[in-house]
Ligand binder design. Structure first.
Ligand code: BV8
Length: 251
């Protein structure tokens, strides 16, 4: 593994722009379950794919609202992990680092990443279902969605649900950042959810080297230049340490 880590550090040392595409796996070591993890407790009998949809919300607003309330409350008790921190550290070692995340937990920003594209929105923000009127200071522990004080429609989390289009400006920016990167780190994602999963391809077709960091194989593994098979909280700090070593030896 160390030789693979050193080869990744070498690739990054020659890059002026690195894009890091992350999924739920990068937050796993912070204690936030991934979408592939079986749901626990009350949520055990529900599939995220059924809850994270507009149909699911309209069918049972109380259920979907309390699921998001539970996930938002989780954030108060978790911290960014060494994987998030390593991505922040990259910013001091590479001219330009862009984080494109599928996660809605805000942990990259809390860790200190300065350029984060939240492709799927944020569970800490809210807007109304009918017109996306912003809703501020939404309290915890409500039994059901509050109503918009402008149009009266239900307030919902400002996330992209399955079957909803991603904000086109964010998606287009994510594509452009990948196209302009020499190295794309794909960290903690099953690479199954579209169109996010296809973003690395727009860089790959322009010669970017794909580096995958994941304990498991994914559909992206076959085009990766290097696969670092392990948890990102352990692997990414080693990549940064190797990169720092390279840079200090070259000075
Ligand atoms: C859309 C926000 C169209 C909500 C989420 C082809 C093209 C386009 C669309 C589709 C298509 N095929 C199917 C679709 C529909 C669908 C889709 O992709 N379905 C999948 C299931 C096949 N896509 C959509 O619906 C998208 N919308 O396409 O709209 C459209 C166009 C115009 C007009 C109208 C409509 C919207 C997708 C966004 C859905 N919202 N999140 C919320 O969070 O509640 S997606 C949600 O699930 C996450 O954000 C994330 O993106 C996804 C889960 O994926 P991962 O992040 O990868 O997490 P996962 O658990 O899967 O994997 C974790 C990985 O980490 C694993 O590999 C594991 O091994 C690894 N891991 C574990 N531990 C660690 C680790 N890695 C590192 N370290 C560790 N310690």
């Amino acid at each position: 593994m160390q030789s693979s880590i050193d080869s990744v550090a070498k690739l990054i040392s020659n890059a002026s722009h690195v894009t890091v595409l992350t999924g739920a796996g990068v937050s796993k070591e912070s204690g936030i379950p991934t979408f592939r993890d079986a749901q626990t407790g009350f949520w055990e009998k529900h599939r995220p794919e059924d809850l994270a949809t507009p149909e699911g919300f309209l069918a049972d607003p109380k259920l979907v609202w309390t699921w998001y309330d539970y996930r938002r409350k989780l954030l108060d008790n978790v911290q960014p992990n060494p994987g998030h921190q390593a991505i922040v550290d990259l910013e001091k070692l590479v001219d330009k680092v862009t984080v494109v995340t599928q996660n809605v937990d805000g942990l990259h920003q809390r860790a200190g990443s300065t350029d984060v594209i939240e492709l799927h929105g944020s569970i800490k923000k809210f807007y109304c279902f009918d017109h996306e009127h912003e809703a501020l200071d939404v309290p915890f522990d409500l039994e059901e969605p509050p109503l918009c004080n402008v149009c009266g429609s239900m307030i919902r989390p400002a996330v992209v649900w399955f079957g909803e289009a991603l904000p086109h400006k964010l998606l287009n920016r994510g594509i452009t950042e990948c196209e302009e990167s020499q190295v794309i780190l794909v960290v903690g994602t099953s690479s199954l959810v579209q169109p996010a999963a296809s973003l690395p391809l727009s860089g790959y077709h322009r010669g970017a080297k794909i580096i995958e960091v994941n304990p498991d194989a994914t559909p992206l593994s076959r085009i990766a230049e290097v696969v670092l098979q392990g948890p990102s909280g352990e692997v990414l700090p080693k990549v940064v340490a190797s990169l720092k070593n390279l840079k200090s030896n070259s000075n």
